[in-house]
Design a binder for this molecule. Structure first.
Ligand code: ATP
Length: 231
C-alpha cells in the first residue's frame, strides 16, 4: 500500500487584491517522502505552505492536513519552521522551550547539546546558526508526523546545511513527511520529488532530471527553472 497522504492541496488558489499569489495548486505530501518546493522569489512558495497548514485561507480550492481541515488539532501533528524561524526573540531560549512545551501539552523539546550554554540567553543575542538549531528543535519537539520547512537553509554555510539535511533525511527515514522550499540545486537533488512553481502556478512535479529533461513541457519554460536556481 502507498504511504498515507499527510497534506494535500486541491486547486488551492490565493489572491492578494488583483495579484494571484497561488494559482490552482494541487500537490500532496506522503509519509516518508521529502517534497521539494522550488521556484524564484515571489513564485508563491510561502503562500502555498501557509495555505497547506491553514495559516492562509484559499480563495478557491481546498487544503487538507491529515485528511481534515488544517485547523488546530491537525496543526499539532506537524512541525513548522517558517522563513525567519518564528522564534520569540526578546525572551530566552529556555522560555521559548517552555512555551512550546505548553502549546503541545507538556511534550517536548530536548535541546541539542550545542544550545546548552545559551539556554539563559535572549534569542536575539545568540548567533543565527543557534537560532536555526533552536527553531528546528522546537519544531521537532512534539514528534510531528509532517515537517513544513520554509527555506530552512537560506544563508546557512555548507556544513550547517549538510547537517540540517541529515536531520531532514532522518525524519523521512523515520516515516515522517517533509515539504521544504529551497533555492539550492544540491538540496533539490536530495528530494524524493520536486514541485516547480512559477508565478503562482505549478509547472511540473518530478526529479531534477525530469524537470530538466529535453522533451518535457517544462523545458519550454526553462527560464523559470534557471530563475529558480539563480540564487
Ligand atoms: P520567496 O522565495 O521570496 O519566499 P515565495 O515563492 O515564497 O517567495 P510568496 O512569499 O508566497 O513567494 O509570495 C508570492 C506573491 O504574493 C508575491 O508577489 C508576494 O508579494 C505576494 N504576497 C504574499 N503575501 C502577501 C500579502 N499578505 N499581501 C499581499 N501580497 C502578498
Amino acid at each position: 500500500a502507498e504511504p498515507p497522504v499527510l497534506a494535500r492541496a486541491d486547486g488551492a488558489t490565493r489572491r492578494f487584491g488583483a495579484h494571484t499569489a497561488v494559482d490552482d495548486m494541487s500537490l500532496d505530501v506522503r509519509a516518508g517522502e521529502i517534497v521539494g518546493l522550488i521556484g524564484a522569489n515571489g513564485a508563491g512558495k510561502t503562500t502555498f505552505l501557509r495555505m497547506l497548514i491553514g495559516l492562509e485561507r484559499p480563495d478557491a480550492g481546498t487544503t487538507e492536513l491529515f485528511d481534515g481541515p488544517p485547523d488546530n488539532p491537525a496543526r499539532g501533528r506537524m512541525g513548522y519552521v517558517p522563513q525567519g524561524l518564528g522564534l520569540f526573540r526578546t525572551i530566552t531560549v529556555d522560555q521559548n522551550v517552555e512555551f512550546t512545551r505548553r502549546v503541545y501539552g507538556g511534550r517536548g523539546a530536548s535541546l541539542p547539546a550545542a544550545l546548552d550554554e545559551v539556554r539563559g540567553s535572549v534569542v536575539n543575542d545568540i548567533g543565527l546558526g543557534r537560532q536555526r538549531q533552536l527553531a528546528f528543535a522546537l519544531a521537532l519537539s512534539h514528534e510531528p508526523e509532517l515537517l513544513v520547512l520554509d527555506e530552512p537553509t537560506s544563508g546557512v554555510d555548507p556544513l550547517a546545511r549538510a547537517r540540517l539535511w541529515d536531520v531532514i533525511h532522518e525524519q523521512a527515514a523515520a516515516g515522517r513527511g517533509v515539504i521544504v522550499t529551497t533555492h539550492y540545486l544540491q538540496e533539490a537533488e536530495q528530494c524524493s520529488r520536486l514541485a516547480l512553481m512559477s508565478r503562482g502556478r505549478l509547472l511540473g512535479v518530478g526529479s531534477v532530471a525530469d524537470l530538466t529533461a529535453g522533451t518535457t513541457a517544462v523545458l519550454v519554460r526553462s527560464d523559470a527553472w534557471q530563475e529558480a536556481f539563480a540564487a
